[in-house]
Design a protein around this ligand. Structure first.
Ligand SMILES: [Zn+2]
Length: 423
């Protein structure tokens, strides 16, 4: 048993794995928890939660290290309380072979920061044509696949993937988009496209692909799992919910920015608020928040998408899509879902930990005596200004803004982060 290094007093332990929401004292050792007891004194107001699982992160290695290196990406993750990152494969070259994925994982592991959950390509080179060697990945414990950045547009490829992943409880994570409908667009079709004079992307470009993927899943026999990522249209979520009620294994996530911002941001701020799918109308945003409160969305994921200033600091039409999000994931999500949706903290934490872990088919983070440290101390009331990022890129409309709720400390295997600095 580890020696006690310190005792965290009166922390609100929020652990979805055990449905625990209790104020406790926790004795922390160098590498594991020594004991957890009922609090002896007053509550501190701080939350103790498991390390977050962010199932949608662009770490940009290999190929785009000018926007993010593994080290800066995994540092930004830890600073945001994220100890497990779902690594997207739209790199250069795309991560479509086991050797390439293992190489990045090994490099990531050697940094001793957040862990990497690999999500390799569904199709070779993300071409949408022929599936990767799905079984070979599965033999090595890798069971989640995506062509993120683009959809798997050819039904035959998607059907083939569904057939093959059924045997190992795999999942296809679809970036839902009808490419022909989105092509050339940069902002929401509606007020944003009218105000900016830039071509718009309709919500139907998203939900028609959601509908197609669900149809292909049904066609496949329905044993496989499908996850629709970064949904921005209430209609998409309605379709996912309907399919899951039908018994199909379909889940979805949304991003913190789509529940906290609307198209007014891109009208006011331009390229820094450009993303794909685009920020939608206030009406859609509000609807999505309601649907989350109704339990129709299983996870919140950052879609952390770093880009260099050169690629982002361009007119709306030309600028790259995407914003960084690891460091703002927790405060933004907690604020919107507790204040606006009235959700209980434990249910919010579930959407950032155990639920995404179960989509990725990985071990959920645990706060347990004798287990390696994997936890975050969060002050839900603290107001602060987000001025500094550990990412190599700073493309986010949240930079310079006042936020409520701050990650105070992060332990993953050992204490890594304390009050704004790495330990
Ligand atoms: Zn995407």
């Amino acid at each position: 048993m580890d020696e006690i290094k310190e005792i965290l007093q009166g922390v609100r332990l929020l652990d979805p794995l055990t449905d625990c929401d209790t104020v406790v004292d926790v004795a922390v050792g160098e590498t594991d928890i020594v004991w957890i007891k009922e609090a002896s004194g007053e509550p501190s107001g701080l939350w103790l939660l498991p390390g977050l699982v962010d199932m949608h992160v662009h770490l940009r290695t290999p190929g785009y290290e000018s926007a993010e290196t593994l080290e800066t990406g995994l540092r930004a993750a830890i600073a945001g309380g994220v100890t497990s990152t779902g690594m997207m494969p739209n790199t250069s070259p795309p991560l479509d072979t086991l050797a390439a994925v293992l190489e990045v994982m090994k490099a990531g592991e050697s940094l001793g920061l957040a862990s990497i959950e690999p999500v390799p390509c569904v199709t070779l080179g993300r071409s949408g044509d022929k599936c990767v060697d799905l079984e070979k990945f599965a033999q090595n414990g890798i069971t989640s696949f995506t062509d993120d950045g683009s959809p798997v547009e050819r039904d035959e490829a998607l059907l083939d993937a569904f057939h093959r992943i059924s045997s190992f409880n795999g999942v296809v994570i679809e970036h839902p988009e009808v490419s022909a409908m989105a092509a050339g667009g940069a902002v929401n079709l509606g007020r944003a496209s009218v105000e900016t004079g830039v071509a718009g992307i309709p919500e139907s470009a998203e939900y028609l692909d959601v509908e197609r993927c669900i149809a292909v899943l049904r066609e496949s026999g329905g044993e496989a799992r499908l996850h629709l990522t970064h949904l921005s249209s209430p209609e998409s979520i309605r379709l996912v919910h309907k399919a899951s009620q039908e018994g199909l294994r379909v889940t979805c996530d949304v991003t913190p920015h789509h529940i906290s911002l609307n198209e007014e941001s891109v009208i006011a701020l331009g390229s820094i608020a450009k993303m794909n799918p685009p920020l939608r109308s206030e009406e859609s945003r509000k609807k999505i928040v309601e649907m989350i409160a109704d339990g129709k969305v299983c996870a919140i994921a950052s879609d952390h998408a770093p880009h260099t200033i050169e690629k982002k600091n361009l007119p709306l039409q030309k600028a790259a899509f995407g914003i960084i999000g690891l460091e703002t994931l927790l405060p933004v999500t907690v604020n919107i879902l507790s204040m606006e949706a009235g959700m209980a903290p434990l249910d919010i934490v579930r959407m950032l930990t155990t639920s995404p872990a179960s989509v990725l088919n990985t071990k959920p983070p645990e706060i347990k005596v004798g287990k390696p440290l994997n936890m975050v101390l969060f002050n839900p009331k603290l107001e602060w200004t987000y001025t500094r990022t550990f990412s190599s890129s700073s493309n986010t409309p949240f930079i310079g803004r006042k936020l409520t709720g701050k990650v105070m400390r992060v332990w993953f295997r050992r204490e890594l982060f304390r009050e704004g600095e790495f330990v």
